[in-house]
Design a protein around this ligand. Structure first.
Ligand SMILES: Nc1nc2c(ncn2[C@@H]2O[C@H](COP(=O)(O)OP(=O)(O)O)[C@@H](O)[C@H]2O)c(=O)[nH]1
Ligand SMILES: [Mg+2]
Length: 270
């Protein structure tokens, strides 16, 4: 089986956590990924240097891409999805750079071949078997309420609107509706609704999600209002929602510069 899986790590101001995320890539886990790209969304701290140092210690084909502008978390997904399509990958795995999740929660599904049966495998923080550590009750309840609302408007049972560990089949990205999803932290909400509307085969899997030294950049009230607005827009006028473009960088493209490029054989651990 010569399938090629890209591991995409979005990173923004996570200098303390990014070394731990990259350290998750022990040889047994790293062998699933043909390449790892850390997409630095113009962090203002030492995220980029920390990512490079951590990649050097791993036997992986690893790159650090620096976005040419701050495109948001959604825009960073667009950089990575475009990259996966342009470079002939079969699947792209997203693992957030702030070490809230563990790639090891996904690997059993790769081992069993579950990814070949679906268009996306979505990590679920609120499914049976999920483990939440240090996550506030307030956020848990809010997320569960939104899961119910989105399930109602989409007609599909949803156990997470967007965790930080997901897999997408690259061929499913070919109709490029992801480019019309918002560039901000609501990207995953849009992706989920559009993938349901497109008839994607979606499977949720339980994972562990931790909140320790991470500083979430989500402003809860503003985010909640946006998330509500998206659900209402979809629920009340799906056709007009699906025809809309929520991106704000659409014309400028999602260009990035490769600032570090390592072949597995060059890395320190060989
Ligand atoms: N907030 C934020 N995070 C970004 C951005 N670009 C990439 N990221 C990464 O996206 C992930 C999610 O962001 P975070 O603020 O932790 O959101 P939360 O985990 O949903 O509370 C983190 O791993 C960030 O490093 C960005 O422009 N803003
Ligand atoms: Mg986070």
């Amino acid at each position: 089986m010569s399938e090629r899986i890209l591991l995409f790590i979005p990173a923004y101001n996570c200098q303390r956590q990014i070394p731990r995320v990259i350290a998750q890539l022990t040889p047994e886990r790293a062998r699933w990924f043909s390449e790892v790209i850390v997409v630095n969304n113009r962090a203002t701290d030492n995220t980029e240097a920390c990512a490079i140092e951590a990649l050097r210690a791993q036997a992986v084909n690893g790159k650090v891409l620096r976005n040419d502008g701050n495109y948001g978390l959604g825009g960073s997904h667009k950089v990575a999805f475009n990259y996966a399509r342009a470079h002939g990958f079969d699947y792209v795995v997203v693992l957030h750079g702030d070490d809230q999740g563990s790639v090891s929660d996904l690997i059993p599904y790769l081992e069993s071949g579950a990814h070949r049966e679906v268009d996306c495998l979505l990590g679920a923080r609120f499914a049976r078997g999920s483990r939440l550590t240090g996550y506030s009750l307030f956020r848990t309840l809010g997320n569960r309420a939104f899961n119910l609302l989105y399930s109602a408007v989409s007609g599909r049972w949803i156990t997470d609107l967007g965790s930080g560990l997901n897999l997408y089949r690259v061929s499913a990205l070919d109709d490029a509706f992801y480019l019309r999803c918002a560039n901000d932290l609501t990207f995953n909400y849009h992706m989920l609704l559009r993938s349901i509307a497109s008839g994607w085969r979606i499977r949720f899997f339980p994972l562990e999600w931790r909140e320790a030294d991470q500083t979430s950049n989500v402003r809860l009230f503003r985010q909640a209002m946006r998330v509500l607005g998206i659900a209402l827009a979809y629920g009340f006028n799906r056709r007009s929602y699906l025809a809309s473009d929520f991106a704000d960088h659409a014309s400028s493209g999602y260009s990035s510069t490769t600032v570090f490029n390592q072949a597995a054989s060059e890395s320190a651990s060989r």
